[in-house]
Design a protein around this ligand. Sequence first.
Ligand SMILES: Nc1ncnc2c1ncn2[C@@H]1O[C@H](COP(=O)(O)OP(=O)(O)O)[C@@H](O)[C@H]1O
Ligand SMILES: [Mg+2]
Length: 344
Amino acid sequence: MPGAIFAEGLVKTFGDVRALDGVDLDVPEGTVLGLLGPNGAGKTTAVRVLTTLLKPDSGTARVAGIDVLKKPHEVRRSIGLSGQFAAVDEYLTGRENLRMVGQLYQMSARDAKARASRLLDRFNLADAADRIAKTYSGGMRRRLDLAAALVVSPPVMFMDEPTTGLDPRNRQQLWEVIEELVAGGTTLLLTTQYLEEADRLAHDIAVVDHGKVIARGTSDQLKARTGGERVEVVVHQAGHIAPADEVLRGFGKGESKVEEHTRKITVPVSGGAKLLAEVIRELDARGIEIDDIGLRRPTLDDVFISLTGHVAEAEEAEGQGPGSGKAPDGRPGHKRHDRTEAAS
Ligand SMILES: Nc1ncnc2c1ncn2[C@@H]1O[C@H](COP(=O)(O)OP(=O)(O)O)[C@@H](O)[C@H]1O
Ligand SMILES: [Mg+2]
């Protein structure tokens, strides 16, 4: 049985650009699909087609079992979309905006009030709740948009890069709200450039690049595809880097990588925890003092590099909404995706 979100052969071109180049999706009810890809991959175009805002050149799609092309109005009644359907009124306060959304969706005044308060808390807007939205900063405004999208829990929800431009605390809180929503039975399609976000929230991940789904699976399955676990060692003294590197190369099954400034050595291995114990014994036998050692499974960053030959870039700027910050050709640069940066 097709899932709550189903698409087959979606194609959408803009002039020469094939924004969607034959996309198939199938999201089982009550699960989260992470549509993961760099800028210009086609994520927003897919969301716009699935939410009836854009007609594809070809292909079919059903949301909550309803044909997106044949019955767009019915589809719209079953879905929520962050950012775009949420029309914040500048001259209402944050609280009034959220209560109004609740009442538009036929919540009782009491429920709408309670839901508004809860969301204002969750998105750190409680202090500003009774100020008109016009006075909000870009970041606050963005949080209010997200809160407005979450007032009601539709059966199917789309979120297009929901945490782009949020600071770590707000990102964390949004993740928690999303998890609650999904626990309540909502099916979610979430687009993201943040590998850690897909890892945390998505049951299933579709990696998109150039309008195509280039890989699909759970986070674990995708990681397994890149093969290879690694041992990472951080030695206590710079003088121990060379001898530790020698030890690791003895155990490794590929090139070791040395980062002088962090005193970290990484080497691909096979053999898991047993091998790790042997490495520790050998380092100890040679009197090499270590600050940290671990077995590291591949991250989604590694998955992306192995699939596409380039890293998924996560651009970071407060107030940068979805769709902005795109290179003219829609392609990201080849800058290294930095996880600490991605979390800030
Ligand atoms: N309205 C449009 N007109 C022309 N080109 C577009 C339009 N919307 C998207 N594109 C192009 O389609 C490609 C996919 O864009 P988009 O779906 O926004 O990617 P993403 O959301 O993954 O960053 C990009 O090359 C983008 O420039
Ligand atoms: Mg986009």
